[in-house]
Ligand binder design. Structure first.
Ligand code: ADP
Length: 274
């Protein structure tokens, strides 16, 4: 179980003329799901790249302040150890799938193979993840022939099999239909129940209302608001922060505030509650 502490973080890209993150302070508790929201260009992807150590290990620029993962600054982490600690799932599943493996099973095994893990252990771990995600039916299929939602689930399984404590997931559903989106969120929920610390960039507010424990609003490189999901989504400035809440989401938030049972309704049905 891992937490993240960010103290007075500012960052400017090597090619940029201005800072894109200004004096960010955050405490990310382990085992919780944090939604990172805000209008485009606000700095969400940049912040994700700092947390996973891509900045400053591969992308230099001017970083000041502290980003502590398990109490140790990202700058002092060994990049490959940090990559094992923090799993990163891209926006586009098509770039995450290796494209060189002929079955889903082998695709999920790929990362462990690269680490030189013993074959019998790899088999066991991959089988466990496949069961956990309920994707036994696709394990012998070619990953290149899967739908976007299926690919994205395989991408998530490929990261989770490496057992990172922290997961950074950048807009995993931006290219998916409602069914694919539902499948991904079920997978994300499984990871949360396994105690992973999750930082998720997501625009779909109904998903955030349902799954996120905390919401962080990032705008122009600054944290405008952060707190429990029901608090932040009840803020009168949500529209100003680029968050549009449907009646369904508002209702869900009200129920959360009153600690009522918010039994899950499939996303396809939610769309009709306007
Ligand atoms: P978001 O994820 O919220 O849309 P980003 O982190 O992608 O925001 O971008 C924040 C700011 O950083 C934007 O002004 C963007 O133009 C700038 N930016 C992003 N990537 C780079 C880069 N590689 N070099 C220079 N500027 C960048």
């Amino acid at each position: 179980m891992s937490g993240i502490k960010i103290r007075n973080l500012s960052y400017q890209y090597p090619t940029g003329s201005d800072e894109v993150l200004h004096h960010i302070n955050l405490d990310i508790e382990s085992g919780k799901l944090y939604a990172l929201v805000g209008v485009n260009g606000g700095g969400k992807t940049t912040l994700c790249n700092v947390i996973r150590g891509f900045i400053p290990h591969f992308y230099k620029g001017d970083l000041s302040g502290e980003v502590l993962i398990d109490g140790k600054d990202v700058r002092t982490w060994d990049p490959s150890e940090l990559a094992e600690k923090v799993g990163f799932v891209f926006q586009n599943p098509f770039t995450q799938i290796s494209g060189v493996k002929e079955t889903v099973f082998n695709e999920i095994a790929f990362g462990l193979e690269n680490l030189g893990v013993e074959v019998s252990i790899i088999k066991k771990k991959v089988q466990d993840i496949i069961m956990l995600f309920g994707i036994e039916y696709m394990q012998h299929k070619n990953p290149n022939e899967l739908s976007g939602g299926q690919k994205q689930r395989v991408a998530l399984a490929s990261i989770l099999v490496m057992e990172p404590d922290i997961l950074v997931i950048d807009e995993p559903t931006s290219q998916l239909d409602p069914q694919g989106t539902e499948e991904i969120f079920k997978a994300i929920d499984i990871m949360k129940k396994k105690g992973k610390t999750i930082i998720l960039v997501e625009h779909k507010m109904e998903l955030i209302a349902e799954y996120a424990d905390f919401v962080i609003v990032l705008q122009d490189g600054q944290i405008m608001k952060q707190g429990r999901t029901e608090e932040v989504l009840s803020d009168e400035n949500t529209e100003q922060y680029g968050m549009e809440l449907t009646r369904y989401t508002q209702l869900n938030i009200e129920m959360r505030k009153h600690n009522m049972n918010t039994d899950r309704i499939p996303i396809t049905e939610k769309d009709s509650i306007e």
